[in-house]
Design a protein around this ligand. Structure first.
Ligand code: ACO
Length: 169
């Protein structure tokens, strides 16, 4: 397996990237049935968002998307918001989700972000806790209010990123 950053580069977007964006959209739609399909599609293809994709080589040698984490970096505010996180059913509980999150944290660090926020499904709260997220938000309200919408059925959670920590180790 490998982990790659996938983003929509508009007119410059390669066919390979587009196929991967479609693969990500399909995994999210399947694994997050409460999310409206058009909303998932819009965010995955949105040029302000990017995703870390879990890619597995298929029998024909091509890489297939088996999971992903889609987020939007807010560079000026210094944080990133995770919109979707999912692993294909057949690959769940094998540690890929944890590895994907570690890759996302390193990527966020390289973009200069110091905090990750997510509106976690209430049933995913224990999972995010395991991944270093907390319900306690330390980022000042004026830094994220208006950028993040906290709605019913989800819990806003925060993970601080430490420059000196290598999350891939
Ligand atoms: N609640 C609590 N613990 C969990 C959950 C859960 N829902 N899912 C997995 N775990 C545990 C595992 O048992 C494992 O425990 P261990 O470390 O004691 O062995 C640990 O978390 C690590 O599991 P991974 O193998 O890294 O997790 P996985 O690869 O299965 O990925 C994920 C986890 C992404 C939540 C996956 O199960 C999935 O795609 N679920 C459906 C989609 C979903 O709910 N996504 C999150 C929604 S919220 C959002 O997207 C912002």
């Amino acid at each position: 397996v490998k982990f790659d950053v996938v983003r929509n580069d508009g007119p410059n977007c390669s066919r390979e990237q587009l196929v991967r964006l479609l693969g990500l959209k399909n995994v999210f739609v399947k694994q997050l049935p409460n999310m409206p399909k058009p909303y998932v599609t819009r965010l995955v293809f949105d040029r302000k968002h990017e995703s870390l994709a879990l890619l597995k080589r298929g029998t024909d040698g091509d890489y297939i998307v088996m999971g992903g984490c889609c987020y939007r970096p807010f560079p000026k505010q210094g944080f990133g918001e995770i919109a979707f996180l999912a692993i294909s059913h057949s690959e769940q509980v094998r540690g890929y989700g944890t590895r994907l999150m570690a890759q996302t944290k390193e990527r966020a660090k390289s973009l200069g972000l110091t905090v990750l926020l997510t509106c976690a499904d209430n049933n995913a709260v224990p999972y995010f806790k395991k991944q270093g997220f907390s319900k306690k938000i330390t980022l000042p309200l004026n830094m994220w209010q208006g950028y993040i919408k906290d709605y019913e059925g989800v819990t806003l959670m925060e993970c601080k990123l430490h420059k000196k920590v290598n999350y891939l180790r």
